[in-house]
Design a binder for this molecule. Structure first.
Ligand code: PRX
Length: 634
């Protein structure tokens, strides 16, 4: 892998003995080698750690590439693993979820209690006619009923489509329509920075726009006044107190390849796409990576501070950790409410041992200074994690030195909604280089290549590809298999590789450095947005005729959205209109999509075929060379 000399030259952090001595994986190189040489054997061994209702007949079925199937013939339900099997062990009375609301209210649930809530809600869903394979849309704040609703769907074989609670009307309406959902689970609101959010009224507007919803179940979280429609709207608590909500519910036995959920994510063009993940492969992949990367032990207190509305929350707040029988921490609100010590007070209070969060959150908390974490005893932490965007070395060091006392290794994890789980990341035994996600996970073969698929030289930038299938991979784009092929598999069709859409480089030691997206996907605070979505939100305003959105660097958010619009004839740009357009995007899509700036232009740089050349706008904004302009229209 390396010569120790070259590793010494750089800023390399070696994990402390206290961690390596007890690590779940002690010899990464040997296991990795085996996992590549005998990929199917490796995954079969991992799959054997789970409860199957019937064993698979084939580990990998690649007869219809790129629509790979895993563990075919096997019968499983992710709930049999995430809940049911724990009930027969010492974990029955182990704490499954510790939740803290922003106002300070706390709920603690054992696996036994979680099972009761999930079973009750599963029966409620059944009583509403929810069937196997149907998609239930979930639009909620971070309260325990969110994972409960997800798990209840999975238990009865329905799929869930969780829409991030920070999204707004247009985003929610579009996702409900695409999923053709009949049932929506939501809440009256949630708490954020001491204020209540307006989830139910957004849900009401979205239901007006997408009329497929027949039943809307609302959790009372804030108690604010909300409009409830007769015959359509029900209070969660009312339904849960009826006899139909029995705490006994059979877990539906599913085929390994049966879909578990869809999750919409932004792509290069058009509307967000719903990635489909399945019961079998996803169970194996999330639990394996959670155990290996985070070295999870039974006594850990695991906090993934992501929102369940994103893939990180699905895989590492809900499914992976519950399959591994972990105690999961959940927090509803803002990290700096009422003061910037909120997270650190929670680490101290609950004795959290592993914290997994985003570079944006770290940079945001770093700004407040180290006096806030210093007020607390956070020495229970033994491992830290980062996800969602590259972590800059400055934030890495702060995280490592101030939060991790210079002792906690940082697991910088690279992956995507599409990959289902972590693909590139260290394990606690891996020497670390700040800013590098280090090495591929077991069974994962990564390369950085040029257009022709040739490996670029060490240190050179190229396209990140995955050379072979893995169990956690998305199976398709919901309702649009062609788009799945087109987006991920077309470019390296000959080689059969998956194109990640990121650029990266690999250094002399084989360490992987992910640089960022090479398409029109923007990462704002680690959230994934498409330029196309922001542009269509702008164009939906009556004053706008055309729009372009680009990402420019931002100190805390990583990137911020900057937009350019051409107004309709007779309209004039002004500070007031700029403000109005920013607000409009925020109302349509959600506050995370609010542009940092709106500039008014007479024309947009386009190719002769009419495609907006966003890179030209970006180069101009940054004052750098505009590059090859030969395809520019004028
Ligand atoms: O550009 C990469 C970036 O996030 C993208 C995937 O976004 P999403 O599907 O929302 O999933 C995020 C959480 C898994 C990637 O294509 N990304 C994610 N993690 C990292 C990263 N970039 C650099 N380093 C990371 N650790």
């Amino acid at each position: 892998m390396k010569t120790n000399d070259s590793m010494k030259d750089e800023n390399v952090f070696y994990p402390p003995k206290s961690i390596t001595r007890k690590a779940n994986v002690k010899d990464y190189e040997t296991v990795y080698k085996r996992s590549i040489e005998d990929r199917e054997g490796f995954w079969a061994d991992e799959a054997k750690k789970l409860k199957w209702h019937k064993k698979w007949t084939q580990v990998l079925d690649d007869s219809n590439k790129p629509f790979y199937k895993w563990f075919t013939g096997g019968k499983i339900n992710i709930i049999s693993n995430a809940i049911d099997r724990h009930l027969k062990t010492h974990r029955r009375n182990k704490v499954a979820i510790i939740w803290e609301g922003e106002p300070g209210d706390v709920r603690v649930m054992s696996y036994h209690a979680l099972n009761r809530e999930v079973s009750k809600f599963a029966n409620v869903l059944k009583s509403m006619g929810v069937k196997k394979g149907e998609i239930v849309t979930i639009y909620m704040p971070q309260i325990p009923e969110l994972p409960i609703a997800m798990l209840a769907c999975a238990k009865i074989g329905a799929m869930h489509s969780v829409v991030y609670g920070g999204f707004s009307v247009e985003a929610l309406a579009g996702r409900i329509s695409d999923a053709n959902s009949r049932v929506l689970v939501t809440a009256d609101g949630g708490w954020r920075r001491g204020k209540v959010t307006d989830l139910k009224s957004i849900a009401n507007d979205a239901m007006d726009r997408s009329p497929t919803i027949e039943v809307c179940i609302t959790v009372k979280r804030t108690g604010q006044e909300v409009h409830m429609e007769n015959d359509r709207d029900f209070w969660y608590s009312d339904l849960m107190s009826l006899p139909i909500a029995s705490p006994h519910c059979k877990t539906e036995i599913m085929d390994a390849e049966d879909p578990l959920f869809i999750l919409f994510t932004s792509g290069t063009t058009g509307k967000p796409k719903g990635l489909v993940h399945s019961h079998g492969g996803y169970s194996v992949y999330t639990s394996t990576t959670h155990r290996n990367v985070f070295d999870v032990k039974d006594e850990d207190r695991w906090w993934c501070a992501a929102d369940p509305g994103w893939i990180t929350g699905h895989s590492y707040m809900v499914y992976g950790p519950l399959i591994n029988g972990s105690t999961v921490i959940m927090y509803e609100g803002a990290p700096n409410h009422p003061y910037p010590n909120r997270w650190w007070s929670m680490v101290e209070k609950y004795g959290i041992t592993i914290l997994y969060t985003s570079p944006t959150a770290i940079r945001g908390l770093m700004r407040f200074g180290e006096q806030w974490p210093k007020r607390h005893d956070i020495s229970s932490l033994r491992l830290l994690g980062s996800v969602g965007e590259p972590i800059n070395p400055e934030a890495w060091r702060w995280y490592h030195d101030v939060i991790g006392r210079g002792e906690c290794p940082i697991m910088d994890t690279w992956w995507q909604t599409e990959t289902g789980g972590i693909m590139i990341a260290p394990m606690p035994v891996t020497p670390l280089k700040p800013g590098s996600a280090t090495k591929p996970q077991f069974g994962i073969e990564v390369a950085v290549v040029d257009e022709n698929g040739k490996d670029v030289k060490p240190g050179e930038e190229g396209k990140l590809v995955i050379k072979a299938p893995w169990p956690g991979m998305a199976r398709t784009v919901f309702g649009d298999p062609d788009r799945y092929v087109e987006t991920y598999w077309k470019e390296y069709e000959k080689q059969g590789w998956y194109k990640a859409g990121d650029s990266a480089r690999i250094d002399e030691d084989g360490y992987i450095w992910v640089i960022g997206r090479i398409d029109d996907v923007i990462k704002v605070s680690g959230y994934r947005l498409g330029t196309a979505e922001v542009e269509s939100a702008l164009v939906s305003h009556p004053a706008v005729s055309e729009a372009a959105a680009i990402a420019l660097p931002h100190e805390v958010k990583g990137n911020a959205i900057h937009t350019y619009v051409i107004l309709k004839a007779g309209m004039a740009g002004s500070k007031k209109l700029e403000e109005e357009l920013r607000k409009h995007v925020s109302e349509e899509m959600g506050p995370i999509a609010r542009p940092e700036s709106v500039s008014f232009l007479e024309s947009l740089p386009k190719t002769r075929s009419g495609k907006i050349m966003r890179r030209v706008l970006k180069a101009r904004a940054l004052g750098v060379d505009e590059g090859d302009l030969s395809t520019l229209e004028d």
